[in-house]
Ligand binder design. Sequence first.
Ligand code: SAH
Length: 214
Amino acid sequence: MPDTLRQKGQRRLLIKELAEKYNFNPEVLQAMEHVPRHLFVDKGLGHLAYKDKPLPIAARQTISQPYTVAMQTHLLDCRKQDKVLEIGTGCGYQAAVLMAMGFRVYSVERIRELYLQAQKNLANTGFDPNALFYGDGFAGLPQFAPFRGILVACGAPEVPRILKEQLALNGKMVVPVGQHEQRMLRITRTGADEYKTEDFGFYQFVPMLGGTQK
Ligand code: SAH
């Protein structure tokens, strides 16, 4: 499926809309302008891809609304070449945005069907499908730690301890925490065993669940 002029135009309007809602880092908005979101959602939903709305993906999961993707990427506060871990690949859209930022990206998904679909989506849009891992994100990716940034794209019951421990010194984790609705927290590692927590308000995510699923 192509990325037509019309879709590029719709995407530019969405980016403009996001820029009016919040003072996002311009690099985040540029990255989002590069990623064709309509090629990550189900074919039948492509016409909704450039509205600022969450959309259903396979396995009863959802792709976050563009505003939330922009906010989490902004709060991550990373630079080009930084190592960044995402938990909850879903369709791969957020991972593609992180790659478009120039980060070295690793992303973990617990549902095999989504992991496989996301690999296809990334390959199809020119991003690296080898950045994806099938597994339980509660364990992080110790073989690639420490990370400068960790972006959790599902609602965690509490701040996952193992992920905190995979942060580099001064690294930041952006994680929605809570049961039915979540508060967007940013945890900064300030010492070997010291962390600072900032709160950026309410959001709604699908839950972070343990174990893997076919
Ligand atoms: N970032 C995604 C949206 C993800 S929705 C995108 O751009 O499409 C949240 C995802 O987190 C779901 O796919 C869900 O299966 C996944 N998830 C939930 N718990 C997880 C865990 N413990 N490890 C890895 N992925 C998890």
